[in-house]
Design a protein around this ligand. Sequence first.
Ligand code: TV1
Ligand code: CA
Ligand code: ZN
Length: 388
Amino acid sequence: NNGIVRPKGYNVSWHVNPELEKHHFGHSHPMKPWRLTLAKSLIMSYGMHAAMDTYFSRRATNEEMRDFHTEDYLDYLRTAIPAPPDDEVPGRFNLGGSDCPIFEGLFDYCSMYSGASLDAARKLCNHESDIAVNWSGGLHHAKKSEASGFCYANDIVLAILQMLRTFPRVLYIDIDVHHGDGVEEAFWSTDRVMTLSFHKYDGMNFFPGTGELERTGPETEGNAGAHHALNVPLMDGINDQQYQSLFETIVGKCVAKFRPEAIVLQCGADSLAGDRLGRFNLQVQGHGQCVAFCKSLNIPLMLVGGGGYTPRNVARAWAHETSIAIGCEKTLNPIIPEHTPYRSHFRHDTIFPTLEQILGEPRANKNTKKRLDEIVCMITEQLRFCET
Ligand code: TV1
Ligand code: CA
Ligand code: ZN
């Protein structure tokens, strides 16, 4: 199997549920749970599963989902009748519009991806895993009683709530191209969770319209959450070099100041170049470097998925990041194995498809050095107020 061996004394758990991958949001909807099947087939054709503990995750129970969501919202999610999306008016709880349609098996889908994140969180709490991976999770926009931006249940919030039973402080990092608003809002008033999102920000012109540099927590004096919500608003076209430098500088400072006992990294793959909805120019390499940097901190780490709308690139990124988790990234053959199911999907851009294919037409880079320096300065300033 490509010489992939289990790392000694280091446990990676991989939480999967093939049932979940079969759900459909509707014909033209950009969110395709099927991308998880593509990622899984790539991970397995490289033989990476031999180096991890694979778990078929269970569904979250209603009681577990109640840790964050309200009963009336969950009741509605469970009983809502599938219907073609109504573009004009989303219904109750923001369900039924084009972003968050009510499709067949919706509640199963929500309880499956939430259950996988809860399983991953428990592996970290028990110290049975050093890194726990759930590529089906990362649905960062869902609110307590509202669906938003393709997200219905917030598996990240549920997982962090679970982790807070064991770990005094959890750092949440979000590299999806969209702002992690649901997670930020859920932990807005606590100093036990620091949230840090990197995203495209252009006021109301880019979803969800929040995540300004200056909104770092509650403004009322003495509120515990003050200065614990950090945001890195970026412009179109940011490249690997700029992103890596920002990521390592800022995450380094957050870890030094906040001293988290666990980290949750949302690895939304819509920050990659060539993404159908994204605007950045990250390559598989640069996106993966964020995972490598978090791993190098030697703090219990949970990896979840998130956005990602060009399935072949989502699969590439998450397979590469799985290889980083188990530490075999340097020995992988860059050419995608011949026997990979769905290999034709990766031949979209070349006849010898590689894992680290240069992705998409480059987008004009609107991020100046001056602005990026300003962001680092401002975040450093905020962190001076964080006393732990
Ligand atoms: C059906 C069919 C739905 C085609 C949605 C892009 C579609 C979008 C579609 C779309 C689309 C959004 C908004 C506008 C809010 C609306 C998983 C006032 C071609 C984590 C969610 C983005 C991102 C929501 C989720 C956004 C995540 N963009 N085609 N919808 N309304 N919604 O702007 O962070 O990746 O685009
Ligand atoms: Ca983000
Ligand atoms: Zn996104």
